[in-house]
Design a protein around this ligand. Structure first.
Ligand SMILES: C[S@@+](CC[C@H](N)C(=O)[O-])C[C@H]1O[C@@H](n2cnc3c(N)ncnc32)[C@H](O)[C@@H]1O
Length: 366
């Protein structure tokens, strides 16, 4: 039977995917070959690859390793400017045929139909994108070992229930880390994912520098640069720790989480560059991307974990104040404070918990 096709436009790129039902919810079957809810994820990778190509002084070799119909790789080939070459791979024959069809006429692309782990051991790349269904764990070993030093590894995880503590035993088996099912669960999950990548890289004497990371909708996404050398690996590992999340649990109870990444979630200079590249690009999710980059910029130098207005109001039994007023007060007192990507009414601060409580009560009653 012939597959019905649908033409998609993302960014300024057109491509074909198998017809799919565009509805959410149980019983609504969706194509495994194209996921429209990942458009923002792909928009950001266009910015990141553009940054990498802009900063490299050589031709950049890019791998879209788990490509399905090739949406991401084709967009990179069509929308990034400069000197680069894209390899688009999927081990599924049908997906591969879509990749070939969608890349006809491009002279900066090749298609592969291989197990990505084998491909990574045969060919080397400056940028590797790992975007699987569910957990990325089966691909990280080959990826961290083979990305060209100083190159970038981009990883998506959609096993968020595991990373966010719904299935702690699975998280321990998969990522070797204890998650936390509280309001900070997405940050804990994101940091567990980075910590895992860091530990995997360290096996091969490689360190990681986190360029940008986010938790959006049903997925987490991390961009790290891999640095060569045992010293780099040791330095990175210093930032992977088990921490006590006592202040961020509903019961204020001693609670060990991790090991997880306690370093920065973004690189400030890279964020600035991504913000500068954004206006030059055609992005379907521009507003969401800009909001995320702004929040990332706000949180980049703030400590790990965050408070949230709703939880604090219910813990302290006071009416919820405007986040802005809490932040202003904390800053007035000389603390660092700012918004975070993890929620519109969430904030990070270096103020001790007692001080946060005191300020919160004061602002809420004024
Ligand atoms: C979530 S989809 C990729 C979506 C795609 N990156 C996009 O942005 O539209 C995951 C793809 O990985 C492919 N895949 C799974 N395991 C693989 C492996 N070991 N090697 C190559 N491809 C694999 C599947 O066939 C599937 O098409």
């Amino acid at each position: 039977m012939e597959t019905k096709l649908r033409e998609i436009k993302e960014g300024k790129t057109f491509f074909l995917v198998p017809e799919f039902e565009n509805k959410k919810g149980p019983g609504k079957k969706r194509s495994g070959f194209y996921n429209p809810t990942m458009e923002m994820n792909r928009d950001i990778s266009i910015l990141m690859v553009q940054w990498l190509v802009d900063t490299a002084n050589k031709s950049v070799k890019i791998l879209d390793g788990l490509a399905a119909s090739g949406a991401r790789g084709i967009r990179i080939a069509n929308e990034v400017e400069g000197d680069f070459f894209v390899t688009i791979n999927d081990w599924n024959k049908k997906a591969f045929n879509f990749i070939l069809r969608n890349t006809k006429g491009f002279d900066n692309v090749e298609g592969f139909c291989e197990n990505v782990n084998c491909l990574l051991h045969k060919k080397r790349f400056h940028y590797v994108d790992i975007d699987p269904f569910g957990t990325p764990v089966p691909y990280i070993d080959a990826a961290v070992k083979n990305v060209i030093p100083s190159g970038v590894l981009a990883v998506t995880a959609t096993d968020t229930a595991t990373l966010c503590g719904v299935y702690p035993k699975t998280c321990i088996r998969r990522y070797g880390a204890m998650p936390l099912h509280s309001w900070i669960k997405h940050e804990v999950g994101l940091r567990i994912l980075i910590g895992y990548i860091c530990r995997e890289a360290a096996k091969y004497d490689r360190g990681v520098e986190v360029l940008f990371s986010h938790s959006t909708d049903h997925y987490m996404r991390v961009y790290v640069r891999l640095r060569k050398g045992a010293g780099e690996a040791n330095e990175s590992l210093k930032k992977v720790k088990t921490v006590d999340a006592v202040d961020f649990t509903y019961e204020n109870r001693k609670t060990e989480v991790g090991p997880l990444w306690v370093g920065k979630l973004h690189n400030r200079a890279v964020l600035k560059k991504l913000q500068n590249i954004t206006p030059r690009k055609t992005l379907g999710k521009r507003r969401d991307v800009e909001k995320l980059l702004t929040r990332a910029y706000e949180e980049v130098d703030l400590p790990i974990f965050f408070y949230t207005i709703d939880v604090l109001s219910s813990q302290l039994k006071v009416s919820p104040p405007k986040p802005f007023h809490v932040l202003e007060k904390l800053k007035e007192l000389g603390f660092k404070a700012g918004g975070t990507q993890f929620g519109d009414t969430s904030f990070k601060t270096d103020a001790p918990r007692e001080e946060v409580y005191r300020v919160f009560e004061e602002v809420s009653s004024s």
